[in-house]
Write a protein that binds this ligand. Structure first.
Ligand code: ADP
Length: 374
């Protein structure tokens, strides 16, 4: 047998006054909750809507049925069951328009309160509290993780399949063919190298992600970091016949940052300029300390190449993991599709940002804006 407690008005206070006290207390409690909440009566009519719900669902007028604002059949059916003395329920639903969104609602009867003078039929809760959680970000993250694992496995499986194929060929049909063996072994070495690069990049990404919320605390000199990257890549530039022009301040320019991670940022950007933009035969690296907002002084470093550039439709997606404008070209250039994702993660940790500017045929400019250490 379920027992239900009903608030009894203290002596000297009328039932109506007691209801008003409960009403006010409940409203301020519901308003203090971080999640969107609707308080509805047993008919499904909205009696009260908190700030968070207004923010998520727009203006909801008290007195309107909840179904005016939320049409999810599963929610309305659960509300019906709870208002007919059913137990509290949790349900979820998704909406497709205007964008894909996921929600979870907790629908709980409030047995001990009534609303104003409204007569509540016997055996029905005075009010019902509908608390909603927006699961869109969580779901999106889950999907991204699943996609990432699928992509990473696929990227590793391709060279692995090729390795297995060549091993079988060398053990079988090409057993006695020294020339073919030689050729296949070279391909196998390339494929193994590709797997190693991919694993290195995946590990890099996961290490950076683990430290995503740890603020860098070392003081580093930005021009030294950039010069270090340029020196490391100079032999590649020479081999490709590309000139690197650098314009950096002579004096130290300090930032708070992890030196090795920032070296990786500039390595990746300069390496990309060399890989994809070598036809322009020139790369400009320029640093200044103008800050567009004027509020927070920051340095801007631009790596500009004069290669084929990037079509505007690709620009917003370039920092996604495994996103490549042309997979075949990236593979040919020993790319993994993770370089710019690593850059973005490192910069986020440094409260820095990356802007990409490009016109097809006119090269590409990658600009890093990073706060100056004060
Ligand atoms: P990858 O390992 O393929 O180089 P990145 O994440 O470093 O991966 O870059 C993603 C894609 O962005 C590349 O595959 C390439 O298509 C494009 N890209 C990056 N830098 C440049 C550039 N300087 N010029 C033209 N395209 C570029």
């Amino acid at each position: 047998m379920k027992t239900r407690t009903t608030l009894r008005p203290p002596s000297g206070v009328s039932r109506k006054e007691a209801d008003e006290i409960v009403d006010k207390g409940m409203k301020s409690a519901v308003n203090a909750l971080p999640h969107p909440c609707f308080v509805v009566d047993y008919r499904g009519t909205t009696q009260y809507v908190n700030h968070a719900a207004r923010k998520l669902f727009g203006n909801v007028t008290a007195g309107d049925p909840l179904s005016f604002r939320i049409r999810a059949p599963s929610l309305l059916e659960a509300l019906d069951r709870v208002s007919n003395a059913g137990p509290a329920e949790i349900i979820d639903w998704s909406e497709k328009v205007p964008t894909e969104q996921w929600f979870e609602a907790h629908i709980a009867p409030l047995w001990s309160v009534s609303h104003g003078n409204m007569a509540v039929p016997r055996g029905r809760p005075g009010l019902i509290l509908v608390t909603i959680r927006d699961l869109t970000d969580t779901k999106r993250l889950e999907r991204m993780r699943a996609d990432f694992v699928a992509n990473a496995s696929h990227e590793l499986r391709t060279p692995l399949a090729s390795l297995t194929g060549f091993i079988e060929t060398i053990m079988g049909p090409a057993r006695d063919d020294a020339t073919a063996r030689e050729k296949f072994l070279q391909i196998m070495l390339d494929q193994a190298e590709r797997m190693r690069r991919l694993i290195d990049d995946l590990l890099s990404l996961s290490r950076i992600e683990m430290r995503a919320h740890v603020q860098p605390s070392h003081i580093a000199d930005l021009p030294t970091i950039i010069r270090h990257s340029v020196d490391a890549l100079m032999p590649v530039a020479e081999e490709l016949g590309v000139t690197i022009n650098i314009e950096l301040p002579e004096r130290p320019q300090e930032i708070l940052g992890e030196r090795d991670e920032l070296v990786q940022v500039f390595n990746n950007l300069i390496e990309n300029a060399l890989k994809y933009g070598s036809s322009g035969k020139r790369i400009d690296i320029h640093m200044d300390n103008q800050d567009m907002s004027g509020a927070n002084e920051a340095f801007k470093v631009t790596v500009k190449d004069y290669g084929p550039g990037i079509d505007p439709e690709h620009l917003p997606r370039l920092t996604e993991r495994f996103y490549r404008v042309d997979v075949a070209t990236s593979r040919q250039m020993k790319g993994t599709g993770l370089g710019l994702a690593i850059v973005k993660h490192i910069l986020t940790r440094h409260k820095a940002k990356l802007e990409i500017d490009s016109q097809p045929g006119e090269g590409a400019a990658f600009t890093v804006t990073i706060p100056r250490h004060k």
